[in-house]
Ligand binder design. Structure first.
Ligand code: ATP
Length: 252
């Protein structure tokens, strides 16, 4: 039995009157990858963003229900969202490095959280870049601009940046959809490595990618959770006809 790192209970998200996510209860295991799939507009990104309270930044967005990490319901107004986002990192669709050096991109978070010692920061930068499979490509150019890296390297840098503050969960919103096939496969290999240590939740439009990288898959449709199961079962023998129709390309 795997440890559950995070779970939601009856989680709903509204934009004004519109309910984009409908009463979703899902659990996410430690050291595993869960893929969220479903057609455009079904609420995958909204659900993902609610897990580290990024929807708080959207005016008119309202969340009901519970999001539990250990003993804390983080959907509680008293939650320290800065600390929460240290625990739950986020990687976006488009690589978004800061306009700073490679080193500073990684050191920024740990420094913000109080680490000042240069040796310690050097160590975090090296470890994070190694974990993101980017160290060999960058170790001789740490002080050059992150913007001079290729798109694929920038995305791995963003992954290294999220690792640097020592999270336990990493949210990824279509992290490879803006990348070429070689960079995409590097990011997928990286996800396979990172799951030895982290709970990863990834939104993807790419069925093959979901099948390749994830242990479990959740299928969303019009804000509802239709099916949640082991990825191998979901892609070979889904329980719901709607899942079968979607993964075999009959709609969406
Ligand atoms: N900031 C917002 N304000 C109002 N409505 C929104 C906002 N963001 C998303 N929505 C609506 O909520 C619903 C779910 O959108 P969401 O982006 O979560 O879906 P998605 O499954 O991630 O789609 P995609 O795969 O196209 O990214 C859609 O109807 C969308 O139009």
């Amino acid at each position: 039995m795997q440890n559950i790192e995070l779970y939601t209970k009856d989680l709903s998200v509204y934009y004004g009157e519109k309910q984009a996510v409908k009463n979703i209860s899902l659990d996410f295991a430690s050291r595993s990858v869960t893929a969220l799939i479903g057609p455009s507009g079904c609420g995958k990104s909204t659900f993902l963003r609610s897990l580290n309270r990024m929807n708080d930044l959207i005016s008119g967005a309202r969340i009901t229900g519970e999001i539990w990490i250990g003993e804390d319901n983080i959907n509680n107004p008293k939650t320290d969202v800065v600390l929460l986002r240290q625990k739950i990192g986020m990687v976006w669709q488009r690589p978004n490095p800061f306009h700073k050096s490679i080193y500073e991109n990684i050191a920024f978070g740990p420094r913000y959280h109080g680490i000042r010692d240069k040796k310690k920061l050097d160590q975090i930068v090296e470890e994070s870049l190694k974990k993101a499979a980017l160290w060999e490509e960058t170790k001789n150019r740490l002080n050059t601009s992150a913007l001079a890296l290729s798109g694929g390297q920038q995305q791995r840098l963003c992954i290294a940046r999220s690792i640097a503050v020592n999270p336990s969960i990493i949210l990824m919103d279509e992290p490879a959809s803006a990348l070429d096939p070689i960079s995409t496969s590097k990011v997928e290999e990286l996800i396979a490595d990172l799951k030895q240590e982290f709970c990863i939740i990834i939104v993807t439009h790419n069925m093959q990618q979901a099948a390749r990288v994830s242990d479990r898959t959740a299928f969303f449709l019009m804000g509802e959770l239709v099916e949640f199961d082991d990825t191998s079962k979901m892609f070979t023998n889904p329980s719901e006809k709607r899942t079968d129709d979607y993964i075999s390309g009959r709609f969406g």
